[in-house]
Design a protein around this ligand. Sequence first.
Ligand code: FES
Length: 408
Amino acid sequence: MSLLQSCIRGSLRTKTRLNGAKNISVGGGLSRHFSTGVLDKKQVETPLKEPVKPATGVLLMNMGGPGKLSEVEDFLTRLFSDSDIIPIPFQSVLAPLIAKRRTPKIVNQYDIIGGGSPIRSWTEKQGKLMEKLLDETSPQTAPHKSYIGFRYAAPLTEEALEEIKKDGVRRVVAFTQYPQYSCSTTGSNLNELYRKLKVMDKEGTIQWSLIDRWSTHPKLIQAFASRVEASLKEYKEEERDKVVILFSAHSLPIAAINRGDPYSAEVAATVDRVMASLGYSNPYRLVWQSQVGPSQWLGPQTNDALKGLAKQGQKNVLLVPIAFTSDHIETLYELDYEYCEEAKKLGITGIKRAESLNDSSFFIEAMADAVKQHLESNSLHTPQFPLRCPGCKNETCSEMREFFMKQK
Ligand code: FES
């Protein structure tokens, strides 16, 4: 098996599972109760029941990704228009221009990973599995229904809110799918949710609470650790404990870190808990990927770290995505395609990438457990949530916090 094959094995597994995922019914409302549009005799004789109204909604928040190549430009336009993460002058004019310029390159990358991002399929599957588990483990808050609110791709926050309102749900947990809080990820999703709610639910008919971070949830740690263990087993026994584990997370501009963004500390906390659960079995480092533009970003960059390790003669390196829970372009293209190819050329013959959490049973248990614990706690958010970055100058961060902290 070539090194690239080794690296992309996770992606092939992903595609197989995604095909399976497409067969899962993900519709809400009537589709949950009636399997086809054709009524059989028994159904004709039995009066149709009203669909059961979900008692608890769970809004799964993430950045999302373009499902097909034709959606890439819209995705990038929304991303560059997000002043919560990329404040640029004349944003409404410049964002579409920057997006247009970058589109061909990004289209090529999505083309290489199969023509679109799998993040929606994974999130739908995760949501359905989590609902089922929650209905069993938390019957007092059942039935549960998951909704997806992506920041830059369909289904967008407003689409999720329309569905929630249509279903008549009165109690919703906004559950970030970024385990570690950053103002540029979860913060941006929550600012957007706050803005949309001001317009779409002026009367405040929905009661909200937040799982705004869950970076050290024990079952999440178990999910990551089991992926690492499975990958380490693929190395020869005599080499296994020398394999260098490189935990790779999306980088952030240094300006955000200096403003006081909690992300880097929370990612480090996840890494430490994962290594603790593995008994600190291997040497490891936390590295950062996906830097763009000329400004200074948090490092070391993943590809620079690989170059350095190659120079030191390291042959066996395991890349572990630690801030992404589902496969998307940063795992399937950047880690599998770019970095593994590069590492192979540099002589790291034993380069591998741990599978993303995707539909790991530990991960689904972690999601359900995080929601169950949250509902039982009756808390509106984590104790960390009220504190803004010491250097924050974004008034929406303040208004958004005030809004979610005043929920009854
Ligand atoms: Fe962190 Fe506003 S930028 S709270």
